[in-house]
Design a protein around this ligand. Structure first.
Ligand SMILES: [Zn+2]
Length: 322
């Protein structure tokens, strides 16, 4: 099984009646990587000449072998590098959309086979590209399928979404997330699941940054006693945005605890968060959220990262009543 376990029920539902699949479908959910992987496996499954009893591609037929390089009946629509070379943009423009439409009008390689067009991260479609696709979505040639993936359905034109079947791919339950960490030998990471919004995939991808997170938390834990001399330039190794994100989650946890005794990201540090929230001033905590948000708006720009980190830490110290 090459999809994630929490996607299996969606998989079965979609493939239950695969001969009568709607021509145009939009897959959306909380994690782009998971959605795109699902659609990639779905395309493989539909083009494979001998899928298994769960409808997964066999991996050995000629079609599956083609899938590893370039299948003649599959087109992945991407931005046109020849046009957008200098602009650094990855938008999918109208010429790419027209290529996809032309492709769908050709006869398939297999006799009466399907032709599939996939547009990953379809929020990249320009308005004119969306409009060009619209007509094909409304009146598709025979045996063609159009799959779009998008994180947030609101980022597509309503004229597109209203003409497609919408498929929401759910995030894993806490139990499914824990099981996944166990079966992938990542049991030691379970304590950090909440920090990564209960996404085991995000957590595994960020695995190598766990020790950095711990280093920073070991300072933050000290509250008003934090030693500003311990702030290290290496905290910025993953960028200013990364560390601000960590500070946001940590201070939000203190705020949440102050207001509702709740926990969200750091259940592992329950007692410490509780102590910090008792010592924190509510008004200053709220101000601090605002400060971090402001830094975040320009964190990606060329700003002096050390100065911003230092000021974020000085402000953090001020949250606590001495
Ligand atoms: Zn196959």
């Amino acid at each position: 099984m090459n999809i994630y376990p929490w996607q299996l029920s969606s998989w079965n539902e979609i493939l239950l009646n695969k001969t009568k699949m709607p021509h145009a479908q939009i897959f959306f959910g909380h994690k782009t990587e998971e959605i795109n992987n699902f659609v990639n496996e779905l395309s493989k499954s539909l083009l494979c000449s001998q899928p298994d009893n769960q409808n997964f591609a066999c991996g050995i037929c000629q079609d599956c072998l083609w899938m590893e390089t370039n299948h003649p009946d599959l087109k992945i629509v991407d931005f046109d590098s020849s046009i957008d070379d200098s602009s650094n943009s990855n938008l999918i423009n109208v010429s790419s959309a027209r290529d996809a439409i032309k492709f769908l009008e050709l006869t398939s390689h297999q006799k009466n086979g399907k032709k599939i067009v996939v547009i990953y991260d379809a929020e990249r479609l320009t308005i004119s590209a969306s409009n060009a696709l619209l007509k094909t979505i409304e009146e598709p040639p025979n045996n063609c399928l159009i799959f779009l993936t998008v994180k947030n359905i609101a980022n597509l034109l309503p004229t597109i979404t209203s003409r497609c079947r919408l498929i929401y791919l759910p995030k894993p339950s806490i139990d499914a997330a824990n099981d996944f960490l166990k079966t992938t030998s990542n049991e030691d990471l379970i304590d950090y699941l909440e920090f990564f919004n209960n996404s085991p995939i995000e957590l595994i991808n960020e695995k190598e940054n766990i020790s950095q997170i711990n280093t920073v938390i070991n300072e933050l834990k000290k509250g008003e006693k934090i030693d500003l001399m311990n702030i290290n330039a290496s905290w910025l190794d993953n960028g200013l945005n990364w560390i601000i994100n960590l500070l946001q989650k940590w201070s939000y946890e203190i705020l949440l605890n102050k207001i509702s005794q709740g926990y969200n990201y750091f259940p592992k540090y329950k007692n410490i968060i509780n102590q910090l929230s008792l010592n924190a001033d509510l008004k200053r905590l709220l101000m601090y959220q605002k400060t971090l948000n402001e830094i975040k708006t320009y964190a990606q720009k060329p700003v002096n990262k050390e100065i911003n980190l230092n000021s974020a830490m000085i402000e953090y110290k001020k949250i606590f009543i001495e």
